[in-house]
Design a protein around this ligand. Structure first.
Ligand code: NAD
Length: 473
């Protein structure tokens, strides 16, 4: 049993003022594996005050000092990679290969921010003015459970590189991972108050961060519904806001695609992170003329994507994070059937042989229309929809007919043609014949998938405000 009963404020582990206990589960066994004592609004205020005190000195630190901080943070987090890997599997249920990527990503983002900072110019010229990029102040960073360490480190890296200080509110459901990251950040010996971590509920700690007048910036990753409420709350004090929200990403399979590549690409894009990924390619758009061929290929390939014990290297899909998520995903599978979609693979219930754990059968529907609930709403589980299209123009129209616009995928033999399709897609990222990540490129959503961008120079500038000074040049 892991008992986590401290939060991190002003460079020290402290007992929270909040006294609510929250159980932590292993989603593969449904057993309680620990508990976390949650911070409350009073703790959030203390953390904000500490970050405010630390801001003047940190905002004046040199580029070299910040790069050195990020390098120390990178070394400290990578030293804990194996502990993080264990926690990600135990507390979240990510399959081992994916969990390894996640554990490494948490330290990688710190080094990438150091590289971005190294080549970044804080001062430039516009006409007769000198333009200085100035850090915003205290940044409130609110993160979800589906990649706890990666989101904490990624947001923190950009905030600190820009010269902001931070108050982080991670998800209460991933407290073990948060504790490991916090210990590593403590080992990195940052000045007190530069980083504060208060694990608590969204309605209390998250709400305090979103409304407190001393918080200049909120960077949030999570659901579109919560993002909307944060945007409303933050508007009272005109906070700068970055929102990374949900998605319903299209995977457009063009009619010249080689299905030997397209089918594994589509299943990997859809089932990544056990289907609990904002960027999952959940709407697979297939030419009507090749629909039967595609469905047969999916039905055969699904065996290569087994759900099961996350520690088994053969497992591709782990359990969902909670009973609530499992119920929600089962409900979507029922809705799909009721609305007339046809199961090509999977369905309701647990996979054969798994009697415990929040496991879902890898599920693919066909005969899906883009106006069905399963094609419109983010399911956040391994449930995919095949939607047939007549011609390229209709494929693009279907791809864009969604309130979301986070990521899209195009699969084709003719890359020039794929690039022309990509140019017409309303999404923050389009991946052509690949699932790779580019940390130097901006990441974020069009439409209701969010506001602003993370990563690289765009992500760094999201924590700064330009100031034009005239008469000095
Ligand atoms: P969530 O929106 O329920 O919670 C996210 C965070 O917000 C948690 O820390 C939560 O405690 C906090 N929160 C809840 N209510 C709040 C409030 N009123 N004020 C302030 N904070 C509040 O999301 P989740 O269930 O943890 O994560 C899944 C969602 O995250 C999915 O919709 C997914 O698409 C999205 N997501 C987006 C991205 C992206 O980069 N675009 C990445 C990962 C996940």
């Amino acid at each position: 049993m892991k008992i986590i009963d401290q939060i991190y404020i002003d460079g020290a582990f402290v007992t929270p003022h909040g006294d609510e206990r929250f159980d932590l589960f292993n989603p593969a066994t449904e057993q309680v594996i620990g508990s976390v004592r949650l911070a409350d609004a009073e703790d959030a205020r203390r953390a904000i005050a500490a970050a405010k005190r630390a801001f003047p000195a940190h905002s004046r630190s040199t580029k070299a000092e910040r790069i050195s901080m990020l390098q120390r943070m990178h070394a400290a987090v990578s030293a804990r990679e194996d502990d993080l890997l264990d926690a990600i599997i135990e507390e979240y249920g990510a399959p081992v290969a994916w969990a390894r990527w996640m554990a490494r990503h948490a330290s990688d983002v710190l080094l990438q921010a150091a590289k971005t900072l190294d080549s970044y110019d804080f001062v430039r010229r516009a006409g007769t003015a000198e333009v200085v990029m100035q850090p915003l102040g205290v940044a409130g960073l609110i993160t979800p459970w589906n990649s706890d360490a990666g989101f904490i480190c990624g947001k923190l890296a950009a905030a600190l590189a820009a010269g902001c200080t931070a108050v982080i509110k991670p998800s209460e459901m991933s407290a073990i991972q948060t504790r490991i990251v916090t210990e590593a950040l403590h080992d990195a010996q940052l000045p007190p108050g530069v980083v504060n971590i208060v694990t608590g509920r969204g309605e209390t700690v998250g709400a305090e961060i979103s409304t407190h007048p001393d918080v200049a910036k909120v960077s949030f990753t999570g659901s579109t519904a919560v993002g909307r409420s944060i945007l409303r709350a933050a508007s009272e004090t005109f906070k700068r806001v970055t929102l990374e929200l949900g998605g319903k990403s299209p995977m457009i399979v063009l009619d010249d695609a080689n299905f030997t590549q397209a089918i594994p690409l589509a299943l990997n894009a859809g089932f990544m992170n056990s289907g609990q990924a904002c960027v999952a390619g959940t709407r697979i758009l297939v030419p009507q003329a090749r629909l039967h061929e595609f469905e047969a290929g999916i039905a055969a390939a699904i065996a290569n994507f087994p759900a099961g014990d996350p520690r088994d290297p053969k497992t591709h899909i782990g359990p969902l994070v909670s009973r609530k998520q499992w119920d929600r995903v089962q409900r979507y599978i029922r809705i799909g059937i009721e609305e007339g979609a046809r199961l090509v693979a999977g369905g309701e219930g647990r996979p054969t042989g798994l009697d415990a754990g929040w496991f879902v059968r890898p599920t693919v529907f066909s005969d899906v229309r883009n106006d069905m609930t399963i094609a419109r709403e983010e399911i956040f589980g391994p449930v995919l929809s095949i939607i047939a299209y007549r011609d390229e123009a209709q494929a693009i129209a279907i791809a864009n007919d969604t309130p979301y616009g986070l990521q899209a995928y195009v699969c084709a033999t003719d890359v020039e043609r794929a690039a022309a399709v990509a140019a017409q897609i309303e999404a923050g990222r389009v991946l052509v014949n690949t699932l790779t990540h580019e940390p130097a490129a901006p990441f974020g959503g069009f439409k209701q998938s969010g506001i602003g961008r993370e990563y690289g120079t765009f992500g760094l500038e999201a924590f700064m405000e330009p100031k034009a000074v005239l008469g000095v040049l």
